[in-house]
Ligand binder design. Structure first.
Ligand code: AMP
Length: 299
């Protein structure tokens, strides 16, 4: 099968209680594609500026990520700055500089149009809609978003939501979009608007996968030190969808396992700043942690 990922490829400036890093590589597309690359060969759609490091392009290639859809434009790469306090689930966005992302009109290369799985990472919902229209007959479509779009472009966002199968979002975003304070009621409300699965990300508590007739809880790996929570959500989506692409199945059993692999990938990325942990990660470490998860939830 094939997995196409659309998202930001960025520079992030991050401050956490463990330190500050200036302009390190990040972005929703970057995290998702790197996490998925441990399961399949994802194709990425995005844009970077001329200042984007060759070294990261080489890393993408080494990880088997298809880069035909990653454009390099003259100008600067998207830059995002955020600060976390002691609660890793709370962050403050200090700055968002769209740069080359501002006028990005994503065009899918011909080979990408027959993708089986499409992930619309957190970007402007109008761009997400544009992309979706270019894919022929996807078997599974998924989207993510952030508060910025829920507040700023709710109508566009709801249009995209209507046409996707899976909605990945955190608790606060689900409640805000559904205008409902109870998480389960909010999830059910969104299920009635189109998607067949809502993946409710609950930060350090894991995720709740809500389907029309089942619900599955994927715990987060018990982790004492969260060095940098950035990208946990996108890495969850990358592990989740990468696994489904690998096993070529979307039945309930596959979805449950995908939830665990999503948590596994999120648990690794937060162990170091930016994408660093993915640079040294091995398949055997993923397997070991997957087995630790199994023990954690068996009773
Ligand atoms: P996450 O921690 O999974 O929510 O994702 C964080 C990533 O999202 C960072 O690496 C940022 O570069 C990226 N990001 C933050 N704001 C935006 C935005 N408005 N549009 C696209 N990507 C963004």
């Amino acid at each position: 099968m094939s997995l196409v990922i659309i998202g930001s490829v960025a520079f992030d400036t991050i401050e956490t209680p463990y330190g500050r890093r200036e302009r390190i590589v990040g972005g929703s597309g970057t995290y998702c594609a790197l996490a998925a690359s441990f399961f399949t060969k994802p194709k990425i759609v995005g844009v970077v500026g001329e200042d984007f490091p060759e070294e990261t392009i080489d890393l993408f290639k080494e990880r088997g990520i298809d880069l035909q859809g990653l454009k390099m434009e003259s100008g600067k790469t998207f830059h995002w700055e955020a600060r976390y306090g002691h609660d890793p689930n709370q962050r403050t966005t200090i700055k968002t500089e769209l740069n080359v992302f501002e006028n990005f009109k994503p065009i899918l290369p011909p080979e990408y149009r027959s993708a089986d799985i499409v992930f619309l990472g957190n970007i402007d919902p109008d761009q997400q809609e544009d992309i979706l229209a270019q894919v022929k007959h996807p078997k599974l479509t998924a989207m993510d978003t952030i508060n910025l779009w829920i507040a700023g472009k709710p109508a566009s966002l709801l249009r995209v939501l209507e046409s996707v199968d899976i909605f990945f979002a955190n608790e606060e975003e689900i409640k805000m979009l559904a205008k409902e304070a109870n998480l389960i009621k909010a999830g059910k409300e969104l299920l009635s608007q189109g998607p067949s699965l809502i993946v409710m990300k609950k930060g350090e508590h894991g995720a709740l996968v809500l389907g029309k007739d089942f619900v599955f809880g994927a715990l987060a790996y018990p982790c004492e030190e969260v060095i940098d929570p950035t990208g946990a959500g996108d890495s969850f989506a990358g592990g989740f969808l990468g696994y489904l692409d690998k096993v070529k199945s979307f039945d309930e059993k596959a979805i449950r396992k995908a939830g665990v692999f999503g948590s596994v990938m999120a648990s690794f990325v937060i162990e170091d700043f930016g994408i660093n942990r993915f640079k040294s990660l091995s398949l055997s470490e993923i397997e070991t942690r997957y087995n630790q998860f199994k023990k954690l939830v068996s009773f």
